[in-house]
Design a protein around this ligand. Structure first.
Ligand SMILES: C[S@@+](CC[C@H](N)C(=O)[O-])C[C@H]1O[C@@H](n2cnc3c(N)ncnc32)[C@H](O)[C@@H]1O
Length: 314
């Protein structure tokens, strides 16, 4: 399904995973990544008149798109999902029935040259999901040390040529600042020597800088804690990630909560008195092959689903 330029990934599977049955159709749900609202609209279709959907996004353009939804059960909030606790407590909501996080960037963000996310279009080197906050990629590349740039490109892009790219950036900025996506893409292309099949040489570097500029991994870690905190008993968490760094964080976080807590061997405690696991892992799903054929962005998607067991915080 395409909603104003964003083809929603795993739409049916994700909404199904929230398990909004008759008993829960009057519940409270959170879409932490509204984008263009493909998932939100499908969730609203499942809710009864008493249901409620709070949607969040960091991007002011996503917020503007959400304003076209005229539904008393729906509210859009310009905030990061890492601040979910405040968002809910400001509304007096103490627990929710389901939370969806469809991570990463939306197609309108990537496709708009003015947002500076893509090496395919020339535009200002920005890459902020929320351009009202923080440093743009160009500003960061102007100030960061060679070592910082190398670490970001190596760790978030898993790029073998991180050192060479960082050196080239620092040499180039000594002459004049890097200010456009095309300048960065061609500088990287001049340094990356082995090209991966079907991949632009700048792919890894752009991914890395985008993750850093938006603090995507730290936001995810914090967002998962917030989500667990907010979910009521039997509430569902559904997370769709698009690269291995994100999926690893989700997997480890959920696996840790799915294990019953083991006390150190020197503490005498009966099995029945042990704290229980706080989530049950329900699924790890990939998009269907026909979805991947229709939407190349779905190719790298992985969806994990968990259910809240214990009502207390993790
Ligand atoms: C893949 S898109 C979501 C698409 C959406 N599910 C749809 O169907 O249209 C991801 C969205 O999440 C937003 N986003 C990413 N990280 C965020 C965060 N930490 N907090 C809030 N929004 C975030 C991005 O701005 C983008 O609009």
């Amino acid at each position: 399904m395409s909603t104003l330029g964003h083809q929603t990934v795993m739409l049916g599977q994700a909404v199904e995973a929230l398990a909004i049955d008759e008993a829960r159709a009057a519940g409270v749900y959170v879409d932490g990544t509204f984008g263009r609202g493909g998932h939100s609209r499908a969730i609203l279709q499942r809710l009864s008149a008493g249901g409620r959907l709070i949607a969040l996004d960091k991007d002011p353009e996503a917020i503007a798109a959400a304003r076209t939804i005229d539904d008393p059960r729906f509210e859009i909030v310009h905030a990061s999902f890492s601040t979910l606790r405040e968002v809910l407590s400001e509304r007096g909501i103490t627990s929710v029935d389901g939370i969806l996080l469809d991570l990463g960037v939306s197609s309108p963000q990537i496709d708009d040259p003015a947002r500076g996310f893509s090496f395919r279009h020339d535009g200002p080197l920005d890459m902020r999901m929320n351009p009202l906050h923080g440093l743009s990629a160009a500003q960061w590349l102007e100030r960061a040390s060679q070592e910082e740039i190398r670490e970001v490109i190596r760790d978030y892009g898993e790029e073998r040529f991180a050192l060479q790219i960082a050196k080239a950036i620092v040499a180039r900025r000594a002459e004049r600042p890097l200010s456009t996506t095309r300048e960065l893409a061609s500088l990287v292309a001049g340094v990356v020597r082995t090209r991966e099949k079907g991949q632009d040489p700048a792919t890894r570097t752009f991914q890395a800088i985008r993750i850093y500029i938006n603090q995507e991994l730290a936001e995810l870690e914090q967002g998962l804690v917030m989500a667990m905190d907010a979910l009521g008993l039997r509430g569902r968490l559904v997370v769709i990630s698009f690269h291995s760094l994100e999926d690893r964080i989700v997997k480890r976080f959920l696996q840790r909560l799915a294990r019953p807590v083991e006390p150190p061997p020197y503490i005498p405690i009966k099995a029945r008195d042990l704290p229980l696991a706080s989530v049950r892992l329900l699924a790890r799903q990939l998009p269907a092959t026909d979805e991947v054929a229709l939407n190349p962005r779905a190719r790298s998607a992985v969806m994990r689903v968990a259910e809240r067991l214990a009502p207390s915080g993790p």
